[in-house]
Design a protein around this ligand. Structure first.
Ligand SMILES: Nc1ncnc2c1ncn2[C@@H]1O[C@H](COP(=O)(O)OP(=O)(O)OP(=O)(O)O)[C@@H](O)[C@H]1O
Ligand SMILES: [Mg+2]
Length: 329
């Protein structure tokens, strides 16, 4: 195995008193290559967190082969733990400590130079608040502190489970810029999210999971291209006549109150030519390219997917480096 993250045939079931045996992840595969900013997408309860926890040895898989930075997980994870930063679900910090003290303790415990603390505080935009107690932090600030803690080790691989949770639009943009700058510096980033517009902006590759199964994976542009139906939005001076002409030419036409959506258009000039030749004039001709959101909805069929309860709470192991995870509140 040579990729940064490799998961093959992962299966994980949970046994609960109320619901019996639950298959959370079912024969799931994922490959993340070095240098990628890789989005891990799926609806609530689809198995993202469970997958990441299994990958990091925080929960035992029933079946499957996994590797991180070329080392089998979980058996040989400790060999690469120092090169991986991970935040899986919201980590808890001592409310009475400041961010500076928290990171200082983590740095010392992890054998990282304490000078690194100021660097990561600057990287996540917490400078100026680092001497305030964590208890007084907003959710977004706690999220940044968590990311800062994962960055202390200058990881080659950063795994973030829903880093945009609790962030406002400006915070989301900063998180996005941070991930991009880390990627530019050569860090491989694996980020789960259901904020699809964000993923589309920052990720070059995606893996989409639904009900514990892989439904799509690859370069974002390629995944989207598979869903391109060559549709255009058309507004014309005589919409009824336009629809009639386009249908007669074998194109699919869906009527909307103030426009038509025309499908199967391989060449955009076809529409203007067909209409213009018959004296129907275009007001608008806009190619409709699929976005990640529409592809995601189609692939994951959210309508038929009942909302599943979120994973039970409790303290979460924030870091792969378990010896520095004792900072739980
Ligand atoms: N510790 C657990 N005990 C029992 N069931 C669990 C446990 N952890 C997860 N599950 C179940 O496994 C399934 C997948 O949950 P998981 O948390 O991995 O989903 P997710 O994709 O991370 O969802 P979200 O987007 O809401 O974070 C869900 O049905 C969940 O209820
Ligand atoms: Mg989750």
């Amino acid at each position: 195995m040579s990729a940064v993250v490799e998961i093959e045939g992962l299966r994980k079931t949970f046994h609960t008193l109320r619901r019996g045996r639950q298959v959370a992840v079912d024969g799931f595969d994922m490959v993340v290559e070095a240098g990628q900013v890789h989005g891990f997408l799926g609806p609530n309860g689809s198995g993202k967190t469970t997958t990441l926890r299994a990958l990091l040895g925080l929960v035992r898989a029933d079946e499957g082969r996994m590797a991180v930075l070329g080392e089998r997980s979980p058996e040989r994870l400790t060999r690469v733990a120092g090169r991986v930063g991970a935040i899986v679900e919201s980590p808890q910090f001592f409310g009475n400590f400041t961010a500076h003290r928290t990171l200082g303790l983590l740095a010392r415990a992890g054998g990282v130079p304490v000078a690194r603390v100021d660097e990561v505080l600057a990287q996540v935009g917490l400078r100026g608040r680092e001497h305030d107690r964590v208890r007084g932090y907003s959710l977004g600030m706690k999220q940044r502190l968590a990311v800062a803690s994962a960055l202390l080790k200058s990881p080659e691989l950063l795994i973030l489970d829903e880093p945009a949770n609790g962030l406002d639009p400006a915070g989301i943009r900063e998180m996005r810029d941070l991930m991009r700058s880390l990627a530019d510096a050569g860090v491989t980033v694996l980020v789960s999210s259901h904020i699809l517009a964000e993923i589309q902006l920052i990720c070059d590759h995606v893996t989409i999971i639904a009900r514990g199964r892989l439904v799509a994976a690859g370069r974002v542009t390629e995944v989207l291209a598979n869903f391109d139906r060559h549709e255009v939005r058309v507004r014309a001076d005589d919409p009824a006549r336009a629809a009639e002409l386009l249908r007669a030419a074998g194109l699919t036409v869906v009527d909307h109150p103030d426009h038509l959506v025309v499908g199967g258009v391989d060449d955009d000039t076809t529409v203007s030519r067909l209409l213009g030749e018959q004296g129907v004039w275009l007001r608008e001709l806009t190619p409709l390219r699929p976005d990640l959101e529409s592809v995601f909805l189609e692939l994951t069929g959210t309508d038929s997917h009942p909302a599943l309860p979120r994973q039970a709470g409790g303290p979460t192991e924030a870091m792969i480096d378990l010896d520095v995870s004792g900072v739980d509140a």
